[in-house]
Design a protein around this ligand. Structure first.
Ligand code: CO
Length: 497
């Protein structure tokens, strides 16, 4: 058999192992009884070992070498596949099995220590574990290799092609714009969001969320929605995209915006081209692009006035007591209340990226060795004051709030913000072709929007890297001004300045 065909076949097998692992992971977060936790951990560890073994099989190196000898006989897909598979293989085999083992152990211990420290508001008990993870992460960056900065090596896992110098420039510009906008909002009369904290029966929230999901284009024949503590999207197979949400009877935002966010992720995965699905190429091209899809639907569509105008009759019939004395405008303002807060995951569109910039600056300084881990709580609080104008009274609401660093996920946070930036830039390109999104949203013509996303973004999977995709779709590199313009337009209207 031709080398590349054999490679594709092996890759599909790897994908099957990963899909089975994903089924176990999905079950663990949704329906698994608590008592099964240890057995499930063994199953997951066994499968991830098998997966690593399968992907780093030395036979693959031989097949890659053979296939590269005869490039002219390959079709376009085979050529792209070969390039991506070779890059992945080199990355996967660059880390020694000792380093992978050490990292797995250190992060497992750190997660435990983090959970305890967070509960007891005791950062210093977590510090030595985090130090160990950081030391190993530095070793990982060295083993992976980089040209200018160790952070670049880490970024490759989450936002391939992005470099720290570009990020610094982007976040520098974003920070100035956001701090200025937040200042204007804080000086304006504030809006109340009391009305989203009334009584919203969960069964009605669920019915509404499922309706919206279907309207946006989620294919329920190839996916489903369930409940979990933290909402997520996972791919169990090319035609099986699972999403989860959560409901709070007294906080309407929690359910609907989680559902729309995860639907956005799912629409990306459901839109990947048939020609590449089931292979390693049939995946989201970067976490930033993935997040651009969830945040586009959640914020630019779901938190728009046009969206709530479209669903106003339904809101009135589902929640007549709550809606009787309100207007669409009240609802729209409540959904878009801006306020500096301590917890990243609860932040609004304006303050969210400031939380990310804070983490990015700390990660860089940690990696460069210019700050010490034991000083993190005070550095965190200083940066909160600088960026958001508030200081948490304890570390649970401060430096201990996120699980990411205990997992060794350094370089991951920026992708959340990149998602916002890409989505704003894509929106401008989309509107040049389709006209204002608000008009389509008001008429619930979401299929036109989704079609555009399929054609320009989804179908390509990993065939185009994030930077290349951005340039092709929008005509320029990632530029934070689009996001700042979007926010300024929207919030100057809401807050009247
Ligand atoms: Co997301």
């Amino acid at each position: 058999m031709e080398a590349v065909k054999k490679l594709i076949e092996l890759d599909k097998e790897s994908r099957i192992i990963e899909d089975i692992g994903a089924i176990l992971g999905w079950d663990q977060e949704t329906y698994m009884p608590e008592g099964a936790v240890e057995g499930r951990a063994d199953q997951a560890a066994f499968l991830s070992g098998l997966s690593h073994q399968h992907k780093t099989n030395p036979e693959i190196a031989e097949l890659i070498a053979q296939a590269n000898k005869d490039l002219s006989s390959l079709n376009d897909f085979e050529k792209s596949f070969l390039g991506i598979r070779e890059e992945d293989y080199n990355k996967e085999t660059r880390l020694s099995s000792q380093l992978v083992k050490d990292l797995t152990k250190a992060t497992a211990l750190a997660q435990n220590a983090w959970a305890k420290a967070r509960k007891e508001d005791d950062f210093q008990s977590f510090a030595p574990y985090l130090q160990k993870v950081l030391d190993l992460t530095r070793q990982k960056a060295e083993a992976l290799g980089y040209e200018e900065h160790p952070y670049d090596a880490l970024l490759e896992d989450y936002e391939p092609g992005m470099r720290v110098n570009e990020l610094k420039a982007i976040f520098g510009e974003l920070k100035v714009g956001l701090v200025e906008l937040l200042g204007k909002i804080r000086k304006s009369p504030q809006n109340s969001d009391d009305l989203i904290r009334l009584d919203y029966p969960v069964d009605k929230q669920d019915a509404f969320g499922r309706q919206v999901m279907a309207d946006l284009g989620f294919d329920s024949n190839r996916g489903r929605l369930d409940l979990s503590t933290h909402p997520f999207t996972t791919q169990l197979g090319a035609n099986d995209i699972r999403i989860t949400t959560r409901y709070d009877k007294n906080f309407f935002n929690g359910g609907i915006f989680s559902t729309i966010h995860e639907t956005g992720h799912a629409l990306y995965e459901q839109g990947i081209g048939d020609n590449i699905s089931g292979t390693t190429v049939g995946d989201g091209t970067s976490l930033g692009i993935h997040e651009s899809q969830s945040r586009f639907w959640e914020n630019m569509v779901g938190r728009s006035k046009a969206f709530w105008e479209a669903y106003w009759p339904q809101m009135q019939s589902l929640f007549p007591e709550n809606m009787s004395s309100l207007s669409v405008d009240d609802l729209y303002k409540a959904f878009n209340k801006v306020e500096s807060s301590f917890i990243r995951t609860e932040a609004d569109e304006v303050t969210y990226s400031l939380h990310i910039i804070l983490r990015f600056e700390i990660e860089l300084a940690l990696l460069e060795g210019s700050i010490k881990i034991q000083d993190l709580p005070s550095i965190w609080n200083e940066k909160m004051e600088e960026l958001l104008g508030i200081v948490p009274s304890n570390n649970t609401e401060g430096v201990l709030q996120d699980v990411h660093w205990s997992f060794g996920l350094i370089g991951y946070f920026p992708t959340y913000s990149l998602g916002n930036l890409y989505s704003a830039q894509f929106k401008v390109a989309m509107e040049k072709e389709l006209g204002p999104i608000s008009g389509l949203t008001k008429d619930k013509k979401f299929n036109i929007i989704l079609n555009w996303l399929h054609t320009n973004i989804h179908q390509w999977g990993r065939l185009k890297k994030a930077g290349e995709l951005c340039k092709e779709v929008t005509g320029e590199n990632l530029n934070p001004q689009y996001f700042l313009d979007y926010l300024n337009d929207k919030y100057s209207d809401i807050y009247g300045f």
